[in-house]
Ligand binder design. Sequence first.
Ligand code: SF4
Length: 239
Amino acid sequence: MNKIQLTDTQFYDYIFCPVKFQFLHIDHIPLAETVNMPRLLTQVANRFFIELLNGEAKSMGWVKNIFDGICNRNENYMDSKKIMEGIYLLNSLYEYCRDSRLQIVDINSPFQISTQYVNIVGRTDAIALIKGKKNKYELFVPDFGYKITNQDETNINLRYTMQCLGFIKTYSKELAGIHILHVRTKQDFKARRSREDYLRLEAAIDGVGKGIQNKIIYPHQNPLCRSCEVRDLCKVWIG
Ligand code: SF4
């Protein structure tokens, strides 16, 4: 039996809303990339983490230059208030990384998860060495959002589960934990994943795969419709 081939982004988009999945991945409607501050700052953080992975801790001046380039490419979105806010948050993350001597051991490596019906591919987010613990690694996620990280959401977040399972499939080794840093408040949130979490994720992947194969497309109206990239095209909102 040929398995259904999916990317992790397609999986997340179908879970978010099958109609959004259809617009983006079946109809291939070209859309401008959604711009928001957490997304732009995550791009800067990932560039910094890649340098850390290569053994070089760049200066805050280097970080600011990367951010300046991103601001220039998004000049319609950025204003002086957002630029100041971005620099403040990046500086907070920089200080955290410097003070904790953060060591990145992996980022952006391809992984593949094979379930009963689906092959799904993705790329790793930042994986860090846990300080003081040899050969123990954790998923490290800087959260640049306004809303304080919610421990319950962290405990069930499918993306984090996918990252942990992808790490196991790639390295035949468990991640020791998930570490979310809420950058605005410098608060840490930790979570772990168990065998049950992986079974739930695999069942969800198979469910999505079958839904796509059987063309089950329905609007999943939800509070996040407000920020949905395809809202202007969605019949639910056109009326
Ligand atoms: S606006 Fe809401 S219902 Fe429409 S595609 Fe987006 S998420 Fe789905």
